[in-house]
Design a protein around this ligand. Sequence first.
Ligand SMILES: Cc1cc2nc3c(=O)[nH]c(=O)nc-3n(C[C@H](O)[C@H](O)[C@H](O)COP(=O)(O)O)c2cc1C
Length: 171
Amino acid sequence: MSKINKVPTKIEIKLNDNDFIVSKTDIKGKITYCNEIFMDIAAYSEKELLGSNHNIIRHPDMPKVAFKLAWDLISKGDEFFGFVKNMTKNGDFYWVFTNITADYIDGKIVGYTSVRRKPNSNAIKTIIPIYKKLVEIEQNGGMKESGSFLFKFLEEKGLSYDELILSLQGA
Ligand SMILES: Cc1cc2nc3c(=O)[nH]c(=O)nc-3n(C[C@H](O)[C@H](O)[C@H](O)COP(=O)(O)O)c2cc1C
């Protein structure tokens, strides 16, 4: 069960309006909890998921810079919003609108919680070419370059990252 050797299919699994996919991790991103709907959609058993790194459902179409942004924010206690394309156990994909927040005990971050729901379909149409460009840049250069591209893109639109994401979702 290797995420590296898995071949992505073109089959999309769509979330229903009332699907809330929840998972929790430790501070390093190892899964400590996932709900039924997570297992149903990702097609992994609880046993396969618990203790695995959350990148077990990472899709190769996701730019690295999206996760860097997420980790930079959540590790300092800020919440992250984003559109994420995930991969199921057999290589199918599903898009989510995600929110990740830190969990605290005695004022110290002890892990993270993510809640995902059905993304706005128009938002995904906008996000696909942006992520494609970011992945391309990362393949030819690196994350520094894709970060600069994203920053410039937002600057031209006059939006912060959160403003772009939340306006696309209509949240
Ligand atoms: C609470 C939480 C939820 C996460 N959810 C996802 C997710 O749904 N899909 C995903 O690819 N990465 C998710 N991540 C990020 C992964 O930990 C990881 O950074 C990402 O998959 C990139 O992995 P890689 O750097 O090994 O390629 C999540 C992280 C946390 C802390």
